[in-house]
Design a protein around this ligand. Structure first.
Ligand code: FES
Length: 167
């Protein structure tokens, strides 16, 4: 089975596992899945999850249960930029549906899909705890708040430019 972790990350993995007493290693599952996802282009394949199961000496099914439960884990390849738009009550009242509609139209994708250029994936998620800044979405490690269609356009342009510079 292929190890998804680089040598440097493997040190981090060992440190995380060592935080927990013998027999309680399963508690390290979420941080390890986060690291694995980071290392694997933003998503978790079955072999990657199986590898994590092996590291923690638990059954693969225990990993799948957690990975399928939390929306932050992607089980299919995703774009370079993942828009996770909150659709819970307060964000919905403040227009999250229009934001989602706008993103779909602008990028020509549906929820759960990735744009043809491989840059953007659209997801809808439950409350991210930033209701006071509704409507909002998570983009990578950051929250983008008080969204409007214009703001979304700007974010898409910024990401596209950034990606072009990196190529
Ligand atoms: S409802 Fe959107 S962040 Fe809470």
């Amino acid at each position: 089975m292929m190890n998804p972790f680089s040598e440097a990350k493997m040190k981090q993995v060992d440190k995380i596992i060592a935080r927990y007493p013998e027999g309680k290693q399963k508690a390290a599952l979420i941080p390890l899945l986060n690291l694995a996802q980071e290392e694997s282009g933003g998503w978790l394949s079955e072999p990657t999850m199986d590898y994590v199961a092996g590291l923690l000496k638990i059954e693969p099914i225990e990993v799948y249960e957690v990975a399928t439960f939390y929306s932050m884990f992607n089980l299919q390849p995703v774009g370079k930029y993942v828009f996770e738009v909150c659709q819970t009550g307060p964000c919905m009242i403040r227009g999250s549906e229009d934001i989602v509609k706008h993103i779909k139209k602008r990028l020509g994708i549906d929820v759960g899909e990735t744009s043809a250029d491989g840059l953007f994936t659209l997801k809808v998620v439950e409350c991210l705890g930033a209701c006071g800044y509704a409507p909002m979405m998570q983009l990578g490690k950051y929250f983008r708040e008080h969204l409007t269609p214009e703001k979304v356009d700007k974010i898409i342009d910024e990401c596209t430019q950034k990606a072009a510079q990196q190529n």
